[in-house]
Ligand binder design. Structure first.
Ligand SMILES: [Mg+2]
Length: 148
């Protein structure tokens, strides 16, 4: 049976943004966002990370470095009672004109291919109205704008 999801942006939403964040030493988690996720997860929502990480294809960091940063983030979230069900990452630069760089729909489409998601009842949390907000609205999802 389809379940609603909460899609959540990473940099500036779950953790303090920094230029092409990839060093776990720079990780600072926003507790208020995690608490909102915990509320949704307790009501049966999936939790999916959706993130543009063009630093990958720009060569600023490796996939291993990104995975280590994400693992550090996810383990802090686990300690606060939130389990991230899956992560959908766009590695492309704008010049690559891919379908997955937000606000393009690809990351949400990838999640929909893998999971049975109740999109009309899903929610999106992000810090950029022009990227996250536009993506959420293109699927008719409720959008929560955070401002840290
Ligand atoms: Mg962001």
């Amino acid at each position: 049976m389809a379940r609603p999801a909460v899609f959540v942006d990473r940099d500036g939403t779950l953790n303090r943004d920094c230029p092409y964040c990839h060093d776990p030493k720079d990780l600072f988690v926003y507790v208020d966002t995690v608490k909102v996720l915990r509320e949704y997860q307790s009501r049966g929502y999936y939790v999916f990370l959706v993130s543009n990480q063009s630093g990958l294809n720009r060569g600023y960091f490796t996939r291993k470095e990104m995975d280590d940063f994400n693992s550090a983030l996810f383990s802090e979230m686990d300690a606060m009672g939130v389990h991230v069900d899956d992560a959908f990452i766009c590695p492309h630069t704008p010049e690559e004109h891919c379908r997955c760089r937000k606000p393009e729909p690809g990351l949400v489409e990838q999640a929909m291919e893998k999971y049975d998601i109740d999109i009309p009842n899903s929610v999106y949390i992000g810090d950029r109205d022009d990227l996250d907000g536009d993506l959420a609205r293109s699927f008719g999802m409720k959008f929560i704008l955070v401002n840290h």
